[in-house]
Each structure stands twice: as C-alpha cells, then as structure tokens.
Design a protein around this ligand. Structure first.
Ligand code: CP
Length: 307
C-alpha cells in the first residue's frame, strides 16, 4: 500500500493508510520476532544535518531490527555539504547507494526538495520549524494505544507553538478526525502559526481556543502535549532566555488535571516538565519514544514493500 512512497508532510498518508500502520505497529510491539529479517539486504541512508537522538537512533534501531543496514552521517560537518555541495546533488548520489533516505535539515522545504531529486523514498525527519511527520506517527499511535481513539478528545498543546514543528504536524493530522478539540497554550510571542489555525483547523471545522494560562485549562484536557522552547530557532538569545521557562508542568499543576490525563512530549525535555512528574502514571513521554521505534519499523517495512 505504501511501497515506494515518500513521507514529507503529516497528511501524505490517508486515514485508512494510517490505520494500517497502527495495526502493523501493534503487531510489531506485541511480537518482537514479527518482520525480523524482512528487510535483509536493504539499506537506509540517514542524513542528519541537525542534531537528533530519538529520530536518528530509532530509525537506525528500526532498520537493524528488520534485518537491514544503515549508513549516513549525524552532522553535516562530516559530509561534503561542508564543502558546498548542494542538497540536490547529495540526494541524487545517496539515492543510488540506498533503498530509502531519512533526512533532517534546518531548512523548511528541504525534504520536499530532496524527494524531487531522489530515486528512492525520502522520509522527512524534520525540516526547520515546518514539519516532523514521523514524530506525528509516533504521537498518533501513542494516543491511539492509550486513549483508544482520537474522536472526542480535547488535546492541549503547550509551549513553543510557533517554532515547534511537532505541534504543527500533529495539529494538522488530528484535524482529520471527528470531534477533536484543541487548546493552544503559549506566550503571545510563540503562538501557533495562522496557516495552521486559519488554513487547516478552520477549514476542517475544528474547534480550538488559544490562551497563555495553562492552569486555567488543564482540567479540561485529555491529552497534554508539552514542548520545549526551540532555542535553535531564535535569532535573539535574550528573547529565548526570557521565554524558555514560560511553562513548567509540576506536581502542583497536575493536581488540577484529570486522573486519566495523558502527558506527552516529543522530547528532548529541557525544563518544561518537572522530573517529579516522571513517576506519575499520567506521564507517557518515555513510552511515546518507545512507540516511535515500533512505528518507524512499520513505516520502513511498508515503504520498502516487505509487508
Ligand atoms: N523528538 C525528536 O525529534 O527528538 P530528537 O530531536 O532527539 O530526534
């Protein structure tokens, strides 16, 4: 169904195709031997022009668990990009070495450009402050596992909603499900872009509110998606320092939340969730990171055509 397809934006796959990926993820999670060695002889190139722990390592782990191999670089200084080679040339060459490419790049639109020059599927592992669709797959499968369904949920997004690409991708993807409500909590300087609210949510008749006060809305939220303030996207360090601790989820604040709340965070966490929350049964962000590997296994097996 997804064989040979690239994944550039959060809505490149239909809801039906996502359901199939979620089913496959569930099978992989429940049976660690399922699909083992299915990608033997296949190569995944991981081109990371920006730092990453989870995305790069979970893709590598996913490919190795499927019996395939990986190659690539973890920072651009070790590639010929540092000598001035264009992204188009890099991708043309690498796609003749590998069966799929996963790429993170600081420039918005870089993954789309790469897909136009690649002869193999390209997976966007984050393009600047734009999108991060495999984080969205991770977030969606975690919500599905823990809440059972998307419809009827109130999802709160808190933190840097301006630069947080995972927020943009998840809000966009969730807008395809019925009766989802969204609450956006951010300082005025870091509000969600209008292309999401006006261009996507309004168009899909999604009910949403914006506020700068987490304590006022936390009680009505089913899934709370915390995010860090994205230091690397700020032009002014003083502005970052002023805003970085705008929200810190503490046990005191959690007392106002529902007993069934699910707290997610794409990670890395800096200071926005107190470590005391880690033992709260409502904290699901480490489980979320683990699901990220299973769904990347499902994705790779699907686009490589072995399932
Ligand atoms: N969530 C996420 O993208 O984490 P990394 O930056 O560590 O890959």
């Amino acid at each position: 169904m997804l064989e040979g397809r690239s994944l550039i934006g959060p809505d490149d796959f239909s809801v039906t195709e996502l359901d199939r990926l979620f089913e496959l993820t569930e099978q992989i999670k429940n049976d660690k031997r399922y699909l083992r060695r299915s990608c033997r002889g296949k190569l995944l190139a991981a081109l990371f022009f920006e730092p990453s722990t989870r995305t790069r390592l979970s893709f590598e782990a996913a490919m190795l668990r499927l019996g395939g191999s990986t190659l690539g670089f973890a920072e651009p200084g070790s590639s010929s990009a540092s000598k001035g080679e264009s992204l188009a040339d890099t991708v043309r060459v690498v796609s003749s070495y590998a069966d799929a490419i996963v790429m993170r790049n600081p420039k918005e639109g870089a993954a789309l450009l790469a897909s136009r020059y690649s002869s193999v599927p390209v997976i966007n592992a984050g393009d600047g402050g734009h999108h991060h669709p495999t984080q969205t797959l991770t977030d969606l499968v975690t919500i599905k596992q823990l809440c059972g369904q998307f419809s009827g949920l109130t999802v709160g997004f808190c933190g840097d909603l301006k630069f947080g690409r995972t927020v943009h991708s998840l809000a966009s993807s969730l807008s395809r499900y019925a009766d989802v409500k969204m609450i956006f909590v951010s300082p005025g300087e870091l509000t969600i872009p209008e292309y999401i609210t006006q261009g996507i949510l309004k168009k899909n008749n999604i009910s949403y509110t914006e506020t700068d006060r987490l304590e006022k809305v936390i009680g009505g939220i089913d899934v709370l998606y915390m995010t860090r303030v994205q230091r690397e996207r700020f032009l002014n360090e003083e502005e970052y320092i002023r805003l970085k601790d705008s929200y810190i989820l503490t046990p005191k604040l959690m007392r106002f939340a529902q007993s069934g709340l699910v707290v997610l965070h794409p990670l890395p966490r800096v200071n926005e969730i107190s470590v005391e929350i880690d033992d709260d049964p409502r904290a699901a962000y480490f489980k979320q990171a683990e699901y990220g590997m299973y769904i990347r296994m499902a994705l790779l097996a699907s686009i490589l055509g072995v399932v």
